[in-house]
Ligand binder design. Structure first.
Ligand code: BES
Ligand code: MN
Ligand code: ZN
Length: 522
């Protein structure tokens, strides 16, 4: 989707659809929007008086101004909810709803008017609006015959006949994807241009993560993730290194290899380096679990819902999405992105419960349950990144435990780590991004649950506090390095929870990672 800023007079702006957000309880339209209802002969004022439009989040009224004057072809009002709660997330949501309304009208170009002081200042408003629009416009159509390019051809900003959509699924024909979003601002200086760029890049990064998530396990294999990473390196000038089984053997990555042992697909360890900062600046490290399909292994999962385990690479997808945005924006900081990628399947070569494996760090691990595989692939990735890059801080993200869904549901990821300051930074980044996380305690007594009789450690600590014991396991592989871990099993995918989501992968926590990286630029 193309996104641009417009500042011309609202009434003469030629656009197929002009959308104006209106807060609940606002008595009158303000600023440039106040003249719009003149064009409509006071129709909108009547809609409000009748109580048909109250400004609530799902409210929507559509009007057609008289022909022949130029200016907007359609004018719509969308509810923006309560003015008191109008933050960046409200801007994302209201623009997302505007884009989805355009989509169902088969209108592929729209303009959204923004009063830039309404959602927490010009820069945050513009960034969030761009994010909401670009996220809402994205759809995954590459595996639907005849719609592989997402849109249904060049509509030139006009409504197209629904008959043009090729091979519609049974029931509703698909709408064309929205191609262009214009943000009409009532002010703001030059900083908003950069804010727009940032918002677009962040959302496009998140959309890359979503595309990787949505791709099924037979498409998004470890080798596929590696090839996407290599194209990113090509495009943005990252240094890259891809380790296969041979290099993993040399590195002593017995944990990662033990997870891949049951699969025909070779594992990959993906390493991307962005050097935007000083030569001698220690990098930030982003590490993401890239388990491209988790059957559970010999400790096999129930078949109900197992198809969702294609999303077990969501952390890795977010790291790749974040790296894309970091490269596109040329952020002035050093960042390395690392993704251990593997399948977890069963075969005569698969690791068995009770097997003891040796990690890259030298620790031996008794594999009690082959379904606790994420922490194994992360163990080797973390010890590798810490030894090789001496990062100033490490942030990993992983769909690691079902237990985090019990603890926090679907509205917050868990954050744990060995440094309270870092945990605070990550929490703040999540708030800015609208991708929330909340701390769980990494207290010493929980560590006992991982003690093994035959090896240095077990890979599971029993049912109680599963998210915490999983994080304890990871912490063994970062040494003294400042580290935080996000358990995203409840937040990375699912039913849509925001108007910019679709049912499937959300790209979470791509934008959180990006806000955190940005917060560390000195
Ligand atoms: N990938 C799963 C975690 C998961 C569960 C992600 C539900 C998304 C939704 C992970 O590899 C796993 O299987 N964890 C086990 C660990 C257990 C065996 C200690 C779990 O949480 O059940
Ligand atoms: Mn598992
Ligand atoms: Zn898993």
């Amino acid at each position: 989707m193309k996104v641009g800023l417009v500042r011309e007079d609202l009434l003469s702006h030629e656009t197929p659809l002009l959308v104006i957000p209106v807060f609940e309880g606002d008595k009158e339209l303000t600023g440039p929007a106040s003249r719009v209802d003149e064009l409509l002969g006071g129709s909108f004022a009547r809609a409000r008086k009748e109580g048909d439009f109250r400004g609530k989040e799902d409210d929507f009224s559509l009007f057609y101004p008289p022909d022949g004057e130029g200016g907007p072809e359609r004018i719509a009002f969308v509810g923006a909810g309560s003015r008191d709660e109008a933050d960046a997330e409200a801007a994302r949501k209201v623009v997302a709803r505007a884009v989805r309304r355009a989509e169902s009208l088969s209108v592929v170009v729209l303009t959204v008017h923004l009063a830039i002081e309404d959602f927490g200042g010009p820069e945050r408003t513009v960034q969030a609006a761009a994010e909401g629009g670009v996220l809402a416009g994205w759809d995954f159509r590459e595996l639907k015959s005849g719609q592989e390019n997402g849109s249904n051809g060049d509509m030139g900003g006009r409504r197209i006949s629904r008959r043009q959509a090729s091979q519609p699924p049974p029931g509703e024909p698909p709408s064309p994807v929205v191609e262009e979003l214009r943000l009409h601002l009532d002010g703001g200086g030059e900083d908003v241009e950069r804010a727009l760029e940032v918002g677009v890049a962040f959302a496009e990064g998140e959309n890359l993560a979503r595309a990787l998530q949505w791709r099924p396990g037979n498409v998004a294999t470890p080798a596929h993730l590696a090839s996407v990473a290599l194209s990113l390196a090509d495009e943005h000038g990252f240094t890259s290194r891809i380790l296969g089984p041979g290099e993993m053997q040399e590195e002593g990555m017995g944990a990662l290899l033990s997870v891949a042992a049951g699969s025909e697909q070779e594992p990959r360890l993906i390493v991307l380096e962005h050097r935007g900062g000083e030569e001698d600046q220690a990098p930030l490290a982003l590490v993401g679990k890239g388990l491209t399909f988790d059957s559970g292994g010999i400790s096999i999962k129930p078949s109900q819902g197992m198809e969702d385990m294609k999303y077990d690479m969501s952390g890795g997808a977010a790291v790749l999405g974040a790296m894309q945005a970091i490269g596109a924006l040329g952020l002035p900081i050093n960042v390395v992105g690392v993704v251990p990628a593997s399948e977890n399947l069963l075969s005569g070569k698969a690791t068995k419960p009770g097997d003891v494996i040796r990690t890259r760090a030298g620790t031996t691990v008794e594999v009690i349950n082959t379904d606790a595989e994420g922490r194994l692939i992360l163990a080797d990735a973390l010890s590798y990144v810490v030894d090789r890059f001496r990062p100033q801080a490490v942030l990993d993200c992983a769909t690691l435990t079902g237990a985090v869904v019990m603890a926090l549901g679907h509205h917050a990821a868990a954050v744990l780590g060995n440094d309270d300051g870092l945990i605070d930074e990550v929490r703040t980044a999540g708030e800015l991004a609208g991708e929330n996380c909340w701390p769980l305690p990494l207290w010493k007594p929980y560590r006992k649950q991982l003690e093994s009789t035959v090896a240095d450690m077990k890979n599971v600590g029993g049912r109680p506090a599963g998210t915490i014991t999983a994080a304890w396991f990871l912490s063994e592989f970062v040494g003294e390095t400042r580290w935080a871990h996000l358990d995203i099993a409840g937040t990375a995918y699912g039913d849509a929870r925001a108007p910019y989501h679709r049912k499937g992968g959300f790209g979470f926590p791509t934008r959180l990672l990006l806000e955190w990286v940005r917060s560390r630029i000195s």
